[in-house]
Design a protein around this ligand. Structure first.
Ligand code: MN3
Length: 203
């Protein structure tokens, strides 16, 4: 059973003006579709079937070395983008509430301090990649970044929030101004979803 491009839970123009319709449509229907197609090709080449994407990304060592890189690149691209879409929503922005808000305050000092640190990680990432809020193997909140399409699940981390900082994610609207894209991203974060993942991971 081949992987399929996951549908968005909102319309292509639902995140305007922060994330413009044209960028979102191309990002989802072209970029994410290509990762999905090439992920299926990579799995076929490696003789992998019947596994979930999480199972695949957490057992990369079991893939023959000469077949592994396309699975990392396209499997990560498939998973990271599906995760990224869930991090945004039309009624997003603002600040988290409840346990997640308390945990961010405890770990980073305040929501504003978290926002500053996450934004700095995303802005400072060299080249293509992602910035993440994760729970590490010790269950601690960490701000991390990954290169290209490496996924935190392959590192034993539980992802809670991510921003795509590949140029394809923002160049049409924000051109080279990655910090403007990061600022806009905070206006569309679906904090309810982040809180649900945090609660689930803490169980
Ligand atoms: Mn992307």
């Amino acid at each position: 059973m081949a992987f399929e491009l996951p549908a968005l839970s909102y319309a292509y123009d639902a995140l305007e003006p922060y994330y413009d319709r044209e960028t979102l449509e191309i990002h989802h229907s072209k970029h994410h579709q290509t990762y999905t197609t090439k992920f299926n090709e990579a799995l076929q080449a490696a003789g992998i079937e019947g596994k979930s994407v999480i199972e695949i990304l957490t057992s990369l060592d079991s893939i023959p070395a000469d077949k592994r890189t396309p699975v990392i690149n396209h499997g990560g691209g498939y998973y990271n983008h599906a995760f990224f879409w869930e991090c945004m929503g039309p009624n997003g922005g603002g600040q988290p509430k409840g346990d997640l808000a308390a945990a961010l305050d405890q770990r980073f000092g305040s929501f504003d301090a978290f926002k500053e640190a996450f934004s700095a990680k995303a802005a400072g990432h060299f080249g293509s990649g992602w910035a993440w809020l994760v729970l590490d193997q010790a269950g601690e909140l960490q701000i991390t970044d990954t290169h290209d399409q490496v996924s935190p699940v392959s590192l034993g981390h539980v992802p809670l929030l991510t921003i795509d900082v590949w140029e394809h994610a923002y160049y049409l609207k924000y051109r080279n101004a990655r910090p403007e894209w990061i600022k806009a991203f905070f206006e569309v974060i679906n904090w309810d979803g982040v809180s649900q993942r945090f609660a689930q991971a803490k169980k």
